[in-house]
Design a binder for this molecule. Structure first.
Ligand code: SAH
Ligand code: TMP
Ligand code: ZN
Length: 405
């Protein structure tokens, strides 16, 4: 039994996704011998309800100077972050000369709006290659992991923050108590901590088990966020659903008693309790749904192969690593994956070693079927790929169910 990372209670394991590699480590063709794997098992805490990986690789193995994910590759996400920045500015930055800190600021997709508005800002981004892209755009960024020591150093050098925000990163940091203590150290008395991450409720509703991979040590709910931060004097004051990454939640926290608490918090917690987000049976049912999804996807791909169809993958997302390795899908079933990120092209997908090829190859190659791995960017992709569909190209989806469209 492992101890819950938030409260120390033993975590109840309910499912294994088998041997998994580092989801964003795309390999050079000659580099497949030394690949790292870990057993990816998940469980929940019976006390605080936090959904978590049992084992997670060391952060330095995942976040480094050749991190493969650049936030600004998606136009949909660019629009989302413009809205997120406006929300923070208009709702919380009313005083003089505000100071904001972003955790996991990547290539500056969010902070560029604060730079443009002349607002004092700092990005904390340990993956130095993506941080360099932000620095080149003039965004103040330090390449370190956020935690209590980083928070104390920032507070001493630059003062306390009016807002600390983060997207798709708090669920990456195993020392959640360290994050909470760091935030509590760095925030002004009336400051806010706003973060968004894929939402456990959506993962369960859609059987989108591909949100579970090495980086995502947690899948949060309002209930588990409230429980994890309360012991550190931070109160959940709002939670606002977001359409990003297939269903996310934006959590807003302030120091205990400093802000009115939105009705959305109690409504959401009541919904989660009714939906059984803290109960073992809910997760046992989820495990069975994942197995059914895996079996259906593999049968479909085998059928298409037998009937001589050309099947490729669309977008080498980090999420696709879980699907491919859990289902055991390799280059025999999906001949290559096309992706627009230069650093991934010419490499092999983690674990199953499917070649990743430039997007131009997808356009030139005219496959019969494409597995939509970037289903979270569906609208953007459907708008872009009208030509593919007009000439008879089909999509294979696996969320919320397996099918062809
Ligand atoms: N916020 C961006 C990037 C998300 S990817 C977006 O939503 O698109 C997660 C990012 O968090 C990566 O760039 C990674 O290097 C960074 N990261 C991981 N652990 C971190 C930590 N402990 N502190 C700060 N950033 C971290
Ligand atoms: P994400 O699902 O983690 O946001 O990763 C998106 C990946 O998908 C990234 O590698 C870029 C790739 N991608 C494409 O190849 N084509 C597209 O049209 C989009 C939106 C993303
Ligand atoms: Zn717990």
């Amino acid at each position: 039994m492992v101890a819950c990372r938030a409260c120390g209670t033993p975590v109840e394991k309910f499912m294994s996704f088998g041997r998994q590699p580092i989801a964003n480590r795309f390999l050079e063709p000659g580099d497949t011998q030394s690949e790292y794997f870990f057993e990816m098992e998940v469980g929940t805490c019976a006390k605080c309800t936090l959904f978590q990986l049992i084992e997670q690789p060391d952060p330095e193995m995942m976040f480094h100077d050749t991190y493969a994910f650049f936030s600004q590759t998606s136009k949909g996400m660019q629009a989302h972050f413009e809205g997120f920045a406006t929300y923070v500015k208009d709702t919380f930055l009313k005083g003089d000369d505000p100071f904001v800190v972003e955790i996991g600021s990547n290539d500056g997709i969010m902070l560029r709006h604060f730079l443009a508005a002349g607002i004092r800002h700092l990005g904390v981004e340990p993956s130095s290659n993506v941080a360099d892209a932000a620095r080149q755009a003039g965004i103040d960024t330090i390449s370190v992991f956020f935690g209590v020591d980083t928070a104390a150093a920032i507070a001493e050098e630059r003062g306390l923050a009016d807002a600390i925000f983060a997207a798709n990163v708090i669920c990456h940091i195993p020392d959640i108590a360290g994050v909470a203590r760091g935030v509590a150290r760095l925030l002004k008395p009336t400051g806010v901590f706003v973060f968004e991450d894929p939402y456990l409720g959506d993962v369960l509703e859609k059987t989108s088990y591909d949100q579970i991979y090495d980086e995502h040590v947690f899948l949060f709910s309002a209930l588990s966020v409230r429980n994890a931060f309360a012991p550190h004097g931070l109160e959940l004051i709002d939670c606002i659903p977001q359409p990003t990454h297939g269903g996310s939640m934006r959590y807003v926290l302030g120091r205990q008693g400093q802000h009115p608490v939105s009705e959305r918090v109690s409504e959401r917690v009541a919904w989660e309790e009714a939906r059984g987000l803290g109960r073992a049976e809910t997760f046992q049912e989820f495990a069975r749904a994942c197995e059914r999804s895996r079996d259906a996807l593999v049968s479909l791909l085998k059928e298409l192969k037998e009937s001589g169809k050309k099947v490729v993958g669309y977008a080498a997302t980090s999420k696709s690593t879980t699907v491919l390795n859990y289902c055991g899908i390799g280059p025999d079933l999906i001949s290559y994956i096309s992706d627009t990120t230069p650093i991934k092209q010419g490499r092999l997908s983690p674990g199953m070693h499917i070649p990743v090829r430039p997007y131009a190859d997808f356009l030139a190659d005219k496959p019969d079927y494409a597995v939509l791995f970037a289903w979270n960017h569906r609208n953007e992709i459907m708008a872009k790929e009208e030509g593919y569909m007009q000439r008879g190209g089909k999509w294979i989806r696996f969320v919320p169910d397996v099918g062809i469209e």
